[in-house]
Design a protein around this ligand. Structure first.
Ligand SMILES: O=C(O)c1ccccc1NCC(=O)[C@H](O)[C@H](O)COP(=O)(O)O
Length: 209
């Protein structure tokens, strides 16, 4: 099965071009101002409108006001929302747009509970737990905590890079992988070679099937 690849934290046109040329299936745009990868809705609008067909755009939020999400959606043609905070299932459902929920993992039950509570999500993104950050930590977590039973498509994130993503995909067999820091030269600035190496490694696992 083809493992999808999402490159998150896009802030520049050249990173859109490089990621899509390298074969990314989806790009992520961070609408969370404390993040060094924050992109303003006006800039994101231009980036998303430049995407070629069949590459999707995800907007990432952390505990946003509903009004802010609606404001972003009115400007930016997003295909998917990604919630990284403590948003309720009802809140995530309320925008009429497909969404995924991110969960920061300390134990297996974090994932099992999220599968149970966010059953209307299009997928569950599992990421490293950090006491101070909601995501984008660059840290991996113990993949053996991920259960075999997955009621929703599972997106693996957290500390992935070209030197560990082959093993990650081979071991976890996720629906998709999500990467940010592992394909950057500095925060918010993606590196074309790192993106290419990363995607090639994912596809290399797929070819062994
Ligand atoms: O990127 C951020 O700064 C960020 C801030 C707050 C919540 C989420 C954030 N990013 C999410 C991602 O980029 C990824 O979905 C995921 O966390 C993996 O990041 P990384 O470990 O850097 O590959």
């Amino acid at each position: 099965m083809k493992t999808r690849v999402k490159i998150c934290g896009i802030t520049r046109k050249q990173d859109v071009v490089n990621a899509t040329r390298a074969g990314a299936d989806a790009l992520g745009f961070v609408f969370y101002e404390p993040s060094p990868r924050y992109v303003a809705p006006t800039a994101a609008k231009a980036l998303v409108r430049s995407l070629p067909p069949f590459v999707s755009a995800t907007g990432l939020f952390v505990n946003p006001d509903a009004e802010y999400v609606r404001e972003v959606l009115s400007q930016v043609p997003l295909d998917m929302l990604q919630f990284h905070g403590d948003e309720s299932p009802e809140f995530c459902n309320s925008f009429g747009v497909r969404w995924i929920k991110a969960v920061r993992v300390r134990q297996s039950s974090d994932i099992e509970n999220a599968f149970r509570n966010y059953g209307n999500a299009s997928g569950l993104l599992v990421d490293a737990w950090d006491p101070d950050k909601y995501g984008g930590t660059g840290q991996a977590f113990n993949w053996s905590l991920i259960p075999e039973a997955r009621p929703l498509p599972l997106i693996l994130a957290g500390g992935l890079a070209s030197d560990n993503v082959f093993r990650a995909v081979a071991e976890v067999r996720p629906w998709a992988v999500d990467v940010s820091g592992g394909v950057e030269s500095s925060k918010g600035i993606k590196d074309v070679q790192k993106i290419t190496d990363f995607i090639n490694e994912v596809h290399r696992v797929d070819e062994t099937d």
